[in-house]
Ligand binder design. Structure first.
Ligand code: LFR
Length: 489
């Protein structure tokens, strides 16, 4: 049986990489071809993404694959974080740099939007959780600010759409990434024009929506020349990173939930249809698009961003690796203080350790001083927030969740995996850690007819990657901690 090669470009808010997937006899092997940093760039106080340098890094990845690894991939696919976008003008050029979603320009956008259309109606039209950085509110902020880019904009492309376009010249909107915008109808690959009208966004900006697994077009001859690549297709994979990650959950049967753990923690279930109700509105759950008509019913939890941002500050003094941070936290006393990880204070505070201290001070708790105490406070609070959110999923769906699959880089943190098992009282199955790249590759394989379905794709994941199980240990301390934590929320 022949080998099949696919190249995945997987971009997160802090780093990006090119990963080669080799699929042979139902088994997938991964090789890292290229890794690079991604950072918001602050220009005159506003945060942007340097999309052109990301494009250059992707081309470097393709070039290295062909010249250093001596492999001509059969296709490429791109996935990125959600909600961010670029506008394209009549000539097909990008109208300015894309804003970064953590920029503070949308701090009051939701409230202003709700003066035009109340929260509930907005939710019923979109089924999407409220986060101030959703594309709808970003564009609304641009309308309010009279951003001149809007006057010349012809099309709206989300980050993976933009990169697909730079590679192929084809401008399309992939469904899973478009669903993060809050501008589609719940569970449908259809723009909700009423939301465009209310925000003052030109309807023509919403382009043709395509399902994940669509062949978009071949990479441009000039890029083939520049990289040495063959004339290969670019696949619209499940181009929202979280959607790609969910593809690779090695689950079977029912009653499981996933936690895609990276910069964000995305906790939820795969549902056959959107779940839009009073309860899901009240608990602010989202219905993002998945593959094969599924819905990603989930909630954003602030995730490893809290630790990443502490590390960024602490590294100024002395560089620590992730394991050292975990070790410092195991040395600190547990359950001394908690944060609500999703307090808006933590979205982009500039100095995360200080923000955590401030939160504890404001809520009359012990104020953590050392790095270990702060890290411990974050890990305890995350595990407790996972429990809290899982209980919400059960309340909304009326179903009992029996196991939790943790996928993505965060699944490497064995201490947090065990905390999560203890806090939730259910087994945690950790891995694969390369979930997004794997999901990206598997959707390319499906688009090229090498795999036929999501079920088959998950079988490949089970055959190819080890997972580790963490059994819950009954511990009264977690119960008591949860009672205190719940009061804080
Ligand atoms: C994870 C993620 C989340 C999205 C957030 C912002 O990387 O894509 O799913 O809510 O980033 O785009």
């Amino acid at each position: 049986m022949s080998k099949n090669y696919f190249l995945a470009f997987d971009l997160g808010a802090s780093s990006g990489r090119a990963m080669l997937g080799t699929l042979e006899q139902g088994k997938l092997k991964l090789s890292e071809i290229h890794r690079f940093q991604n950072r918001m760039t602050r220009i005159h106080g506003t945060h942007f993404w340097d999309i052109y340098s990301l494009f250059e890094e992707l081309k470097t990845g393709l070039r290295k694959c062909v010249s250093d690894f001596k492999v001509q991939p059969q296709s490429v696919g791109i996935d990125t974080w959600g909600v961010d976008y670029a506008l394209v003008n009549k000539k097909g050029r990008l109208a300015g740099l894309p804003f970064a979603y953590r920029d503070h320009r949308t701090d009051n956008s939701m409230e202003q939007f709700f003066q035009r259309l109340p929260r509930k109606e907005t939710y019923l039209l979109s089924g999407i959780q409220f986060m101030q950085f959703n594309t709808l509110f970003q564009l609304f902020a641009s309308v309010q600010n009279k951003d001149s880019e809007l006057r010349i904009a012809e099309k709206l492309l989300f980050t993976p759409d933009v990169l697909n376009y730079l590679f192929t010249g084809v401008q399309k909107n992939e469904y899973t990434i478009a669903s993060t915008s809050q501008m589609l109808k719940p569970g449908k690959a259809e723009w909700e024009h009423e939301l465009f009208d209310i925000a003052g966004i030109d309807r023509k900006l919403g382009g043709e929506l395509v399902q994940p697994g669509t062949l978009l077009g071949n990479i441009l001859p000039e890029i083939q020349q520049e990289t040495g690549s063959a004339d290969i297709p670019c696949v619209a994979v499940a181009s929202h990173d979280t959607a790609s990650a969910v593809v690779s959950v090695p689950a079977q049967g029912e009653n499981w939930a996933y936690l895609s753990s990276g910069t964000w923690s995305l906790l939820g279930i795969e549902s056959p249809c959107p779940l839009v109700s009073e309860k899901s509105l009240e608990m602010n759950f989202t219905n993002e698009g998945g593959v094969e008509g599924t819905t990603r019913f989930l909630k954003n939890i602030m995730g490893m961003w809290l630790v990443q941002e502490c590390k960024r500050i602490w590294d100024q003094e002395k560089e620590l690796d992730w394991q050292q941070i975990v070790e410092l936290s195991t040395g600190a006393e547990p359950f001394k203080c908690f944060i609500n990880p999703d307090d808006p204070l933590f979205l982009n505070p500039g100095n995360m350790p200080e923000a955590i201290r401030e939160y504890c001070r404001k809520t009359n708790q012990y104020v953590p001083e050392t790095k270990g105490e702060i890290a411990r406070c974050i890990y305890d609070s995350l595990a407790l927030k996972y429990k809290f959110t899982l209980a919400q999923v059960e309340t909304i769906t009326g179903k009992r969740i029996e196991k939790l699959h943790i996928i993505g880089g965060g699944a490497n943190n064995e201490m947090l995996n065990q905390f999560t098992a203890n806090a939730t009282g259910i087994p945690v199955i950790a891995g694969p850690t390369e979930a997004t790249a794997i999901g990206n590759i598997l959707m390319q394989a499906k688009a090229l007819g090498v795999l036929t379905s999501l079920t088959e794709a998950r079988e490949v994941v089970r055959n190819s990657f080890e997972v580790k199980e963490f059994q819950p240990v009954a511990d009264l301390n977690w119960k008591n901690a949860f009672a205190r934590f719940e009061k804080l929320l």
